[in-house]
Design a protein around this ligand. Structure first.
Ligand code: NIG
Ligand code: FE
Length: 410
């Protein structure tokens, strides 16, 4: 058995028993921090924590790794509930095109964007995709990510979508952190289906989904509901087909335009609606009283220079907010959640506490991991992170661009 004792912790962050799985509106302001604390883990399970003052002491010191966390904080690892971590190649040329004046949508209309990634993915072997993604995940973990959702969606053919999902399945087995797989066959229409949407929907429903069901290749179904991509009706049909084989919806909506995808996704019981750079009163009304998490992706807004999601408006309406990276080669080439934390504070005016709640408890909910992740609680096998020496917790989002996570323990 591996046993770890972390002592002299400057602040034990986001701890507690029987806390709620979702934090809404004002509740997001509260972030419990226990000063001068200890935490004990056995095989990754939290077996004790408390103040150093009333520390009963460890009686069995055999095989015990003792970490002195003097001046450092311990928090639950971040949960990244929205990423595209499996991809073939980075897309710096589009980055330069955008600097020279083209928009993300214009690049996509020229056959760049998602279709660019799809062409490259077709040429890459499953092993190579796996090796590259594995390396990326090791890096994300070093930044403090302790759970990861990964989407397909750069395949856009039966073969290539399945290839991506099989890579994600292998990553689930090979990585020490929890990974969830999302089928995003409806990420873009392949060029050959541009004028025959029906045929691509049929391909997804009749060819891809049955194999995904058979091989248990996905946990969720996603659709990019957006002008020039999938309409609300197309999304509805695809989500229905996904639900029929046991996949919960988690969708891309309102990145560039509000088409009514949010009310529809909520009505269909979506676990989360993601992006929301655009947001209408109708969307807010639909989200109220629902079980759907609103997931905002500030690094994507930053990289594409598009509006930031209105976290304050959501919270003022007593809604919960989660934050994720959207790590992908086109719109968000960074998976660093400390940077997401900074952007949420600087650009979305979330307090450091609100943003950390959005990256832990609410993000865990957005990937069905509330039972184990996002909170330091007795009996849970929760990945945790140890920070470097910092004066206070707000120092992390304040020091944007710095890497202040020292170590992740899974
Ligand atoms: O979430 N918006 C759609 N999908 C991704 C971007 C995909 C790409 O450009 O490769 C996103 O931003
Ligand atoms: Fe995305």
């Amino acid at each position: 058995m591996s046993k770890i004792l972390i002592k002299n912790i400057k602040g034990l962050v986001q701890y507690g028993e029987n806390r709620s799985a979702v934090l809404r509106g004002k509740e997001m302001k509260e972030l419990p921090i226990l000063e001068n604390a200890y935490l004990a883990l056995e095989d990754g399970v939290i077996v004790a924590y408390g103040s150093m003052d009333d520390w009963g002491g460890i009686t069995d010191w055999r095989n015990l790794e003792v970490i002195d966390a003097d001046g450092k904080f311990v928090m639950p690892a971040f949960c990244d509930s929205h990423t595209h971590t499996v991809f073939a190649k980075t897309r710096e040329e589009e980055f330069v095109d955008r600097i020279n004046g083209l928009s993300y949508e214009e690049i996509a209309m020229k056959g760049g964007g998602i279709l660019n990634s799809a062409r490259r993915l077709t040429e890459m072997s499953e092993d190579e995709l796996f090796d590259q993604a594995k390396e990326r995940i090791d890096r994300l973990m070093s930044y403090g990510t302790g759970a990861l959702e990964i989407k397909s969606g750069y395949g856009l053919s039966v073969q290539a979508e399945l290839k991506m999902l099989r890579v994600i399945q292998r990553l689930k087995r090979a990585c020490p952190i929890k990974i969830k797989a999302t089928f995003l066959g409806a990420h873009a229409f392949p060029p050959e289906y541009k004028n025959n949407h029906r045929a691509y929907l049929d391909l997804i429903i009749n060819e891809m989904l049955p194999i995904i069901k058979e091989e248990k290749l996905a946990d969720y179904i996603d659709v990019f509901c957006e002008r020039n991509y999938f309409s609300v009706d197309e999304m509805e049909e695809l989500l229905q087909a996904g639900i029929a084989i046991g996949l919960k919806p988690k969708v891309h909506v309102n990145q560039f335009s509000a088409l009514g995808g949010i009310p529809k996704a909520v009505e269909m019981g979506a676990l989360s609606v993601d992006h929301l750079e655009e947001l209408t009163d109708e969307d807010i009304q639909a989200l109220k009283g629902s079980q759907t998490m609103s997931t905002l992706l500030p690094s994507c807004s930053h990289f594409l220079s598009i509006p930031f999601g209105d976290a304050r408006r959501l919270m003022d309406n007593n809604l919960p907010v989660a934050l994720a990276s959207d790590f992908n080669p086109g719109s968000t080439p960074s998976g660093n959640l400390s940077f997401v934390w900074s952007l949420a504070c600087i650009k979305m005016k979330m307090t450091p506490e609100e943003a950390l709640n959005a990256l832990t408890i609410n993000a865990a909910y957005a990937m069905d991991l509330s039972a184990t992740h996002g909170i330091i609680s007795l009996g849970k096998k929760t990945p945790i992170v140890l920070t470097k020496k910092i004066p206070n917790l707000a120092y992390i989002p304040y020091s944007f661009g710095d890497q202040l996570i020292e170590r992740i323990i899974c």
